[in-house]
Write a protein that binds this ligand. Structure first.
Ligand code: PEP
Ligand code: MG
Length: 537
């Protein structure tokens, strides 16, 4: 038995086999090779393993999704075996005496660039296929062909790090817990784990080779035990039972409104990342969805979700919430949430880069598609729109203008829709400091305390080494919260919190005292928040 510690990032206990995932970006580092023939042989072997993997996925797709989806993998196999692609890799290996991983990465860059510059949209989209295929080949070269990313039985996922897009693509029923050696508890991967109700430990000192061993993970205490003894297993069982008892104890709050002792009603809503989180929201008595992180729809696939795909997702959310408010945040891509197919420029400081509303207002076609889908879905329930990373009044005005244009388009096409409220996320110091101006243009505010803390304290929320400095209670953050609440109420609009601070029940009373009208958090925290509200003055 071995014990390791890390940072608890999502509460809960998990017991099961560990499965190690390869780090996506590590394998393609340039290395000199002396034996070129051996390197060529290694390439040929990897190519045939990758081809067999693709065939296996193709068969699975055929059964679960149909001919069309399976066809994607036929195209992947053709690309992998393509003569020009193969020659490009092997020529680089010979000419530069380098490893096949590096040569494959170079070939990938070259071929995907050629595709992405083509006029035809279909051909442009093939750039993502090239990256996918090359990524698989590089992974096989790096790990000898074990299928890394798809645990076939419920497992505790162990990885150096997990990007939000990797996380969202894992089959949920096979994920018992996440353990990462890097990562911080404020990252989107940790937030996703909390949203999904999956225990997680980040910044964990777990050694390589843990895959296949039995493990116990405690996401509250940040501990991992490999090859647990009977006593540890027994303790895990007791802790699981205690969590269940606590849930039962709190169940009385499910149907109760959250009202303070002095009679103030606070709405308690759920944060979701995908439709599969809605069941938990309903089961925990959410009064609506306070934050639907729509960007995860963009991270699930290899291309931008179409208007129809988005419409179906938003309509489903609206329908399932049955008239309760569903606040859908327009896509907050950028920083740690990258979608390769958008082919954004590489940035020195991605958290300060082209993200969220900045992409929406730069790539208007993508934004208009999202707004059309949202308006079409609005006819089926109670949807509101919320825009992330706002810093200036002109941005809100421009968003409103585009929304007006989209409404006109739909009217012309005789497509039904309802008017939707437009709210903004207050998650930059600029937004909080000019909240009075922004309130005049917005129907509501929702404070994103995760980014507000990051940008106010000039502190990267992704950096595990800075966790002790990451302080959402910092007086500077508190003052910005208060200013935002006052400005909202002065303008007669409501203000909520959808950052992680909403789930911090030590803060509930203080936040209510500042004037917060709504709290939105991971579903697993809703009952605790309701209880804390009912006990507040
Ligand atoms: C926030 O910044 O607080 C927020 C809710 O948005 P995200 O965590 O998705 O950046
Ligand atoms: Mg944010």
């Amino acid at each position: 038995m071995e014990r390791f510690t890390g940072q608890g990032a999502s509460p809960g206990i998990a017991v099961g086999p560990a499965a190690e995932l390869a780090d996506e970006g590590q394998a393609a580092v340039k290395k000199h090779v002396d034996d070129i023939d051996a390197e060529e042989k290694r390439f040929w072997e990897a190519q045939s393993i990758a081809a067999a993997q693709i065939e296996k996925i193709r068969d699975k797709a055929l059964k679960s999704a149909g001919e069309h989806e399976a066809g994607i993998f036929d195209a992947h196999r053709m690309l992998l075996m393509d003569e020009a692609f193969t020659r490009e890799i092997l020529d680089t290996v010979r000419r530069e005496a380098v490893n096949a991983e590096y040569a494959a990465a170079l070939a990938c860059d070259k071929f995907s660039t050629v595709f992405s510059r083509m006029d035809d949209e279909y051909m442009r989209e093939r750039a993502a296929d090239v990256r996918d295929v090359a990524g698989r080949l590089i992974k096989v070269l790096g790990c000898g062909g074990e299928e890394q990313n798809i645990p076939e039985v419920p497992s505790i996922i162990i990885a150096d790090d997990l990007s939000p897009s990797q996380t969202i693509q894992l089959e949920r029923k096979n994920v018992l817990a996440f353990v990462t050696r890097r990562g911080s508890s404020n990252s989107h991967t940790a937030i996703l784990a909390r949203t999904m109700g999956i225990p997680a430990v980040v910044d964990a000192g777990v050694p390589a080779g843990a895959g296949g061993r039995m493990a116990v993970v405690d996401g509250s205490r940040g501990s991992i035990v490999l090859d647990p003894d009977e006593e540890t297993l027994e303790k895990a069982k007791r802790l699981k039972q205690a969590a269940e008892d606590r849930r039962r104890e709190l169940s009385e709050y499910k149907s109760l409104p959250a009202v303070t002792r002095s009679g103030k009603k606070i709405r308690v809503m759920a944060n979701i990342g995908s439709l599969s989180d809605i069941d938990a929201a309903i089961q925990n008595g959410a009064e609506g969805i306070g934050l639907f992180r729509s960007e995860f729809l963009y991270l699930e696939g290899r291309t931008c979700p179409s208007e129809e795909e988005q419409f179906l997702a938003y309509r489903e959310a609206a329908r399932r919430m049955d008239g309760k408010k569903v606040i859908i945040r327009t896509m907050d891509i950028g920083a740690d949430k990258q979608a390769d197919y958008l082919e954004m420029d590489r940035e020195e400081n991605p958290a300060l880069g082209c993200r969220a509303v900045r992409i929406s207002l730069t790539r208007e076609d993508i934004f208009r598609t999202q707004l059309r889908a949202l308006y079409r879905a609005s006819a089926y329930g109670n949807i509101a729109v919320m825009v992330p990373m706002i810093i200036s009044v002109w941005e809100v005005k421009r968003v409103r203008e585009i929304m007006g244009e989209v409404r006109k388009e739909l009217e012309k096409e005789d497509i039904p829709f309802r008017n939707m409220e437009l709210g903004i996320m207050v998650e930059t110091p600029a937004a909080a400091l000019t909240a009075d101006d922004l309130a005049a243009e917005s129907d509501f505010f929702s404070i994103g305390t995760n980014d507000l803390t990051q940008y106010t304290l000039a502190l990267d929320r992704q950096n595990a080494k800075l966790e002790r400095f990451y302080d959402p209670y910092h007086p500077a953050v508190m003052r910005l919260l208060k200013m935002t609440c006052d400005a909202a109420h002065k303008a007669g609009i409501w203000v909520g919190i959808c950052g992680e601070l909403a789930a911090d029940v030590k803060m509930t009373e203080k936040l209510i005292g500042m004037g917060i009208d709504e709290m939105s958090a991971a579903s697993g925290m809703i009952l605790e928040i309701k209880k804390a509200i009912c006990e507040s003055r």
